[in-house]
Write a protein that binds this ligand. Structure first.
Ligand code: UN1
Length: 521
């Protein structure tokens, strides 16, 4: 199957392909020019709320395009890394202001492209703005440190240096926020980049790159190539000039990226799956916990790596909790995210529908959990042309069930009863992932105990598993990551390398570890 056809099938599952000669055509950005892919081919990107709406045509890039983009990044690197960091940051502050001005349009285009409701796409753009301002501030910090040397008349310090050329492979669920988490720190540290956005959301990443161009980021510093993981993505991970690959996506793809990087000794930072749990204890404010659970499970139609896909509920409040949860889930208005009344939008594409509906079947048949509400694809009326699935709650789940273990990445959550906080913590930790967890309780002792005992990168008290802020590190343990953290100042450790510097002003050879130093010398 041709790549273009494949894209069509991904987002336009019912074969209702339409001619899209009027759809706007977008290009790769390489060395400061908007250019076609060398293949001359384009793929179409559809609105998941209504696949008759073609969002645009985007280049099907191949290795040749990636190699050109990397060459442009190489060409621009020396000038950019030699530009003082505060000057680099000035450009990024301008970028932040441009994103503020364009926020409404960018959010609308994002909703059209990937489906989540306008409030959430506004939040996505806002997260990119926050990340830009916060991280651009590092242009006047990028702190290193000094430390005593062990010989007299010798000075020791550590400075950050750019890594070099970076390949950024980004997902569709936060198509502007997540690219910004990678792009802005990469730039402030003095690196140049090639971005390969998910094929379902090229427009939002192109919008971010256009804003970079407008802000005055020099040609070649930021390059973007659109296309498929198997071709353009693979060419990025394999390119020997890209010293670092930063990837966000599934754990399965992450493993492929990591292996490719290991082959050629490239630095690799991975943000991958999650199976996040909210623990609801018997003393919890139940109404508050319901609000958190609904938001965490069904925000972005459950398509967040931080989604609350497990709700572990103390037996004493279990019945009441499930009843209220189901009531609220049933009442959620599912529809086009562009409509202000909509509370939950579609899922991303036909493959996602297939996978999520498959899990709903697994939940009922194989796992034998109780389907408490939802479970259907919506195909009538306003839902006829999109990828809509009902908010779905499975109750009475056992922790070992597949729906309680595997990442579904859709509007499906599994409620698991627990007898105690200890048991709830054990269940929380009993999955392969370790991104986010939360506890609802009024008891500060139990809250701190849960915080301490859950093996995740993010933890919330009396709040959902979603809602990370850009000035705190983001990332997880176990199969969620490979030990790195994005956001915060911690991200600088991904996008810079430490150089230890020794300055000997004694005027003689001083041999560390060998020469004896006399007291007071
Ligand atoms: C993701 O789930 O892929 O914490 C990223 C949150 C958002 C980022 C989520 N700020 O839910």
């Amino acid at each position: 199957m041709s790549q273009a056809k494949k894209a069509l099938n991904r987002k336009n599952g019912r074969g209702a392909a339409r001619a899209s000669s009027q759809a706007k055509t977008y290009y790769n950005y390489i060395g400061g020019e908007w250019v076609r892919a060398s293949s001359g081919e384009f793929f179409e990107n559809f609105n998941p709320a209504d696949t008759r709406d073609v969002v645009g045509r985007f280049p099907v890039s191949t290795k040749e395009d990636v190699d050109r983009a990397v060459a442009a990044a190489r060409e621009a690197f020396d000038r950019w890394r030699r530009t003082p960091a505060p000057r680099r940051a000035e450009i990024l502050f301008r970028l932040g202001n441009i994103l503020i001005e364009k926020k409404d349009r960018l959010a609308r285009e994002m909703t059209r492209e990937m489906g989540k409701v306008l409030k959430e796409t506004g939040g996505d753009v806002q997260e990119a703005i926050d990340c830009t301002f916060y991280t651009a501030g590092e242009g006047r910090r990028l702190h290193g440190f000094t430390t005593p040397a062990e010989m007299p008349n010798k000075f020791a310090m550590c400075v950050r240096q750019p890594v070099g050329l970076c390949g950024l492979i980004t997902p569709w669920n936060f198509p502007m926020a997540i690219p910004s988490w990678k792009l802005i720190p990469a730039l402030v540290c003095g690196n140049t980049v090639v971005i390969k956005p998910a094929e379902d959301t090229p427009l939002s990443s192109i919008n971010l790159v256009k804003a970079c161009e407008e802000a005055g980021v020099p040609a070649g510093v930021v390059n973007i190539v659109t296309g498929y993981g198997e071709t353009a993505g693979a060419a990025i991970t394999a390119n020997p000039d890209l010293r670092l690959i930063s990837f966000t996506g599934s754990t399965e793809t992450g493993r492929v990226v990591a292996s490719a990087c290991a082959e050629r000794n490239a630095i690799c930072s991975l943000e991958m799956g999650g199976k996040n749990a909210i623990i609801i204890l018997d003393d919890a404010d139940i109404d508050l916990a319901i609000e958190g659970a609904i938001w965490g499970a069904f925000g972005t139609s459950g398509q967040r790596c931080t989604a609350s896909s497990r709700l572990i509920v103390h037996k004493k409040v279990y019945k009441k909790f499930v009843q209220k949860l189901v009531e609220r889930a049933r009442g959620l208005r599912v529809g086009d995210g562009a409509d202000a009344k909509t509370e939950m939008g579609p899922v991303i594409n036909a493959d996602a529908v297939h996978k999520i509906m498959g899990y709903i079947e697994v939940g009922q048949r194989e796992d034998g959990a109780r389907l408490a509400c939802g479970g259907n694809r919506l195909t009538k009326g306003e839902h006829a042309h999109g990828y809509f699935i009902e908010p779905t709650v499975f109750a009475d789940c056992a922790p070992s069930m597949r729906i309680a273990q595997e990442e579904i990445f859709g509007p499906v959550t599994s409620v698991i009863p627990a007898n105690s906080l200890e048991e709830a913590i054990e269940i929380t930790n009993g999955v392969r992932y370790g991104l986010s967890a939360a506890v609802y309780t009024q008891d500060v002792n139990r809250a701190f105990h849960a915080m301490n005992e859950t093996y995740t990168g993010i933890f919330y008290v009396n709040s959902s598993t979603i809602g990370a802020e850009v000035h705190l590190p983001f990332g997880g343990t176990k199969a969620t990551g490979n030990g790195h953290r994005e956001a915060g100042t911690q991200v600088l450790d991904i996008f810079s390398e430490w150089k230890s510097v020794y300055i000997d002003y004694s005027g003689r050879l001083q041999r560390a570890q060998i020469d004896e130093v006399k007291l007071g010398e």
